[in-house]
Design a protein around this ligand. Structure first.
Ligand code: FAD
Length: 308
C-alpha cells in the first residue's frame, strides 16, 4: 500500500516538510479533526465541553526535542500557567509532557528539575502530570525520571508501549513504586529486534500486559490506564477487570480527541472513566504524521480538505 504506516513515520522525520507543510491551509484544515485549535484557549474550551459529558481531559502542547534550554523553560512556564488555569476554571484536566520538550536531550538536570516542578504543581492543583514515552532510545531515561518523581508526587503517571519486547519486565519492575501507567501500543518506527513488527503480536502483548496491570490493581499496587482506540481490546480488558473485581474508576480508558468519539461517549455512558487527550500548539507536523500512520484512511481527510 503506498500510504502505509512506515510511509508516514518516515515523513514525520523530514525537517523540510515540518517547516513548510504546517503553513499549507488545506493541511491545517485537515488537522482540525484531531485538535480543536492551535491556541491553549481552544483546548481549554474543548475540555469544558468534554467535562459536560463527564469526560476528563489531558492537555498536551505539541512539540518534541527542543534544542535550547530557554525552550524547555518556556514549556515549563506554559504548563505552570496551564495548571493554574485548569484549577481556576474547575476543569477535570491533567497535563502530559514529553521529556525531550523539557530538555532531556540537551540538559538532563534541567529536565529533572522542571519535571519535578511540574509534578509538584500538579499535586498542588489536584491534577495529574503525565510523562509521555518517546522512541526506544529514551525508555531507560524516561523510566528513571518517573521513578524519581513518583515516590514524592503520587499524582504522576507514565506512558508505556506494548510493542516493545522489554515492556512486561519494565511494568513488573515499576510495581514497587505503585505506578500509574498509561499502556499504549506505541507510535514510533522501531526495529524488529526491539519491537513486534506485526500488529497482531502488539495486540496480544497489550492484552497480556493489561492483565498484569489489572492484577496489580486488584492488590492496590497500580492504577492502570488503557490508552487505546481498539474497541474490541477495550471490551476484553473491561471484562477482565470485572472478573478480577477491579471496579471502573480503579482503571481508566484514555483516547485521543477526535478519534472514536462515539465510542468514548458510549463507554462513559456505561459508567467507565474516560479521559480525552487534547493536543494544541503550532508544532503539530510530526504528531499529525503519527496519527496518519495509525490510520492511513485518515489521509482522506487531507485530500478532502485540499479539495476544499
Ligand atoms: C491517550 C493516549 C496517549 C498516548 N500516548 C502515547 C505515548 O506517550 N507514546 C506513544 O508511543 N504513543 C502514544 N499514544 C499512541 C499509541 O501508541 C498508538 O499509536 C495509537 O493509540 C493507535 O493505536 P491504538 O491503540 O488506538 O490501536 P490501533 O489498533 O492502531 O487502532 C484501533 C482502532 O482505532 C482506530 N484508530 C487508531 N488511531 C486512529 C487515528 N489516529 N485516527 C482514526 N482512527 C484511529 C484504528 O483505525 C482502529 O480501528 C497514545 C495514545 C493515546 C490514545
Amino acid at each position: 500500500m503506498p500510504f502505509g504506516r512506515g510511509f508516514f513515520l518516515a515523513l514525520a522525520k523530514s525537517s523540510y516538510l515540518n517547516n513548510h507543510v504546517t503553513k499549507w491551509g488545506f493541511v491545517r484544515r485537515a488537522t482540525s479533526k484531531f485538535m480543536p485549535g492551535e491556541a491553549p484557549e481552544d483546548a481549554l474550551n474543548a475540555s469544558a465541553a468534554l467535562a459536560k459529558g463527564g469526560r476528563g481531559t489531558i492537555f498536551t502542547k505539541l512539540g518534541e526535542a527542543i534544542t535550547a534550554p530557554e525552550e524547555a523553560k518556556a514549556v515549563r512556564d506554559h504548563y505552570l500557567w496551564l495548571f493554574d488555569e485548569i484549577k481556576k476554571r474547575g476543569l477535570p484536566g491533567h497535563v502530559s509532557v514529553k521529556p525531550t520538550q523539557l530538555g532531556l536531550d540537551i540538559a538532563p538536570d534541567i529536565c529533572d528539575a522542571y519535571t519535578k516542578e511540574l509534578a509538584a504543581k500538579a499535586q498542588a492543583t489536584g491534577c495529574f502530570l503525565w510523562i509521555d514515552m518517546e522512541d526506544s532510545s529514551y525508555v531507560d531515561r524516561t523510566i528513571a525520571l518517573y521513578r524519581k518523581i513518583k515516590t514524592e508526587f503520587p499524582k504522576s503517571g507514565l506512558a508505556i508501549q506494548a510493542y516493545l519486547y522489554r515492556t512486561p519486565k519494565d511494568v513488573a519492575d515499576l510495581l514497587d513504586v505503585n505506578p500509574v501507567i498509561r499502556l499504549v501500543k506505541g507510535a514510533y518506527s522501531e526495529p524488529p529486534h526491539l519491537a513486534y513488527p506485526k500488529k497482531a503480536d502488539v495486540d496480544n502483548a497489550y492484552y497480556d500486559i493489561s492483565d498484569t496491570m489489572l492484577r496489580a490493581a486488584a492488590e492496590g499496587k497500580c492504577l492502570p490506564i488503557f490508552g487505546t482506540h481498539d474497541v474490541a481490546l477495550v471490551g476484553r480488558i473491561i471484562a477482565r477487570a470485572r472478573a478480577l473485581k477491579v471496579p471502573a474508576g480503579k482503571y481508566e480508558v484514555h483516547m485521543l480527541y477526535g478519534v472514536k468519539d462515539a465510542e468514548q461517549q458510549r463507554l462513559r455512558a456505561s459508567g467507565e472513566s474516560v479521559v480525552t487527550l487534547v493536543s494544541y500548539g503550532t508544532a503539530w507536523f510530526k504528531w499529525y504524521m503519527r496519527r496518519l500512520a495509525e490510520r492511513p484512511a485518515n489521509v482522506g481527510f487531507v485530500i478532502r480538505s485540499m479539495l476544499g
